[in-house]
Design a protein around this ligand. Structure first.
Ligand code: DOR
Ligand code: ZN
Length: 403
């Protein structure tokens, strides 16, 4: 067993912890804080089909170095994960990669909704964490842009007691606004404006009102979206909201510096919207934080606007950014634990796990592209000095020393 001696809790006490393990080890942890291992409810680890961007050997290591013990992986793969067979094949491939990596990362899978394979949904009920609906197009081919199919999906999900996670951007508005758009990276934020996201959220919430389907709204990024979600929650609807580190820590002024690296769906927003997200963390309109780890190679991100894919890596910087924000007085440690673990467990009804994370709140380190474990080896936060980094992760009785 592993004995963790004198570790600080996030509530301000000091305790000893014993973790079941094949190994015998004593960790003197007086300088460390005990956290639940992070659960990242939103990653794109790219298997199968886009292994040149990421695979589970690199991604699982990146996750561990970010203090993450559990991930929910998205279905926009090649082929997309929209059939029972595709799901089985994907799980098998990933189990193999994790065995090779020697990292027993806990994982759950979203099932992609495609109008041609709706009859596959009942078959995967017990095998997926939820359904993923792209209301607007993004990386990959998944898209539900007609109201009739969307209605059927919400009705079916309610019958099967499956949560629906939406990428809420209105496709028709995106296509319309693209026609008159400039061709600079920053025009991405103009094309996919907050109104585009809000229109889709309005539609999804109306379906929750109709069917009482549980709805998880991914990567909420603007005040307009938050107001709709706040009202839905007040109404007592089962609506939950996630936000992402890039929307919390970056705004639409960074295109000049980051160029194509800043392009993401939904896009980076105004400073006012960014502040609104922090207010929504305070008033608990936001339930969870997901990294939306969506790696693309640096060569792909250097392509001109229009060819440059959307998305950025994030599993390794999520926790250090939040702990750094704690040092700046923006968020409490308890709130960080709730957003990155407690609320995720409640919303997705996860079984208890015995994963342990020890954080060195005082460690100061610069984000350095060359040290990253993700295959793409870049971060939009490169060069930033952050205070507070994960020190140890214990998964299934195995210990990782991250320092
Ligand atoms: O920016 C994004 N990248 N948004 C998405 O919805 C998908 C993701 C990806 O898979 O690259
Ligand atoms: Zn995503």
């Amino acid at each position: 067993m592993i004995e963790i001696k004198g570790v600080n809790t996030i509530d301000g006490t000091v305790i000893d912890v014993i973790v079941e393990s094949m190994h015998n080890k004593i960790l003197q942890a007086g300088h460390l804080h005990l956290f639940p291992c992070l659960i990242d409810p939103h990653v794109h680890f790219r298997v199968p089909g886009q292994e040149h961007k990421e695979d589970w050997k690199t991604a699982s290591k990146a996750a561990i170095y970010g203090g993450i013990g559990t991930v929910f992986d998205m279905p926009n793969n090649q082929p997309p994960c929209t059939t029972h067979q595709a799901l089985k094949d994907k799980k098998q491939k990933i189990a193999h990669e994790l065995r090779e990596a020697g990292i027993p990362l806990h994982r759950y899978f979203y099932f992609g909704v495609d109008r041609n394979t709706l009859d596959e949904i009942p078959k995967v009920k017990g095998e997926v964490i939820g359904l993923k609906v792209f209301m607007g197009s993004s990386t990959g081919s998944l898209l539900i842009d007609d109201d009739e199919t969307l209605d059927r999906v919400f009705s079916l999900a309610k019958d099967l007691d499956l949560i629906v996670a939406v990428h809420a951007e209105d496709e028709k508005m995106i296509q319309e606004r693209k026609k008159s758009a400039a061709s600079s990276y920053s025009s991405h934020s103009v094309v996919r404006s907050p109104e585009v996201a809000a229109a889709a959220i309005k539609k999804a919430i109306a379906l929750v009102r109709k069917y009482k389907t549980r709805l998880y709204i991914l990567h909420v990024s603007s005040d307009a979206e938050l107001n709709l979600i706040r009202a839905a929650k007040r109404e007592g609807l089962p609506v939950y909201a996630e936000c992402c580190p890039h929307h919390l820590f970056l705004n639409d002024q960074v295109y000049e510096k980051l160029q194509g690296k800043a392009v993401v769906n939904p896009p980076l927003r105004s400073e006012k919207d960014r502040q609104a997200l922090w207010d929504a963390i305070d008033d608990e309109t936001i339930d969870t934080i997901g990294s939306d780890h969506a790696p693309h190679t640096i060569e792909e991100k250097r392509k001109p606007y229009g060819s440059c894919p959307s998305g950025m890596p994030g599993v390794e910087t999520l926790l250090p950014l939040l702990i750094n924000a704690y040092h700046m007085g923006k968020i409490s440690l308890q709130r960080i634990a709730s957003l990155t673990s407690g609320r995720v467990k409640e919303i997705f009804r996860l079984p208890p796990d015995k994963n342990v994370l020890l954080v060195d709140l005082e460690r100061v380190k610069k984000v350095d592209d060359s040290h990253l474990k993700t295959k793409v080896k870049w971060s939009p936060f490169a060069g930033e000095t952050l205070k507070g980094w994960p020190a140890y992760v214990i998964l299934n009785g195995e210990i990782w020393n991250l320092s």
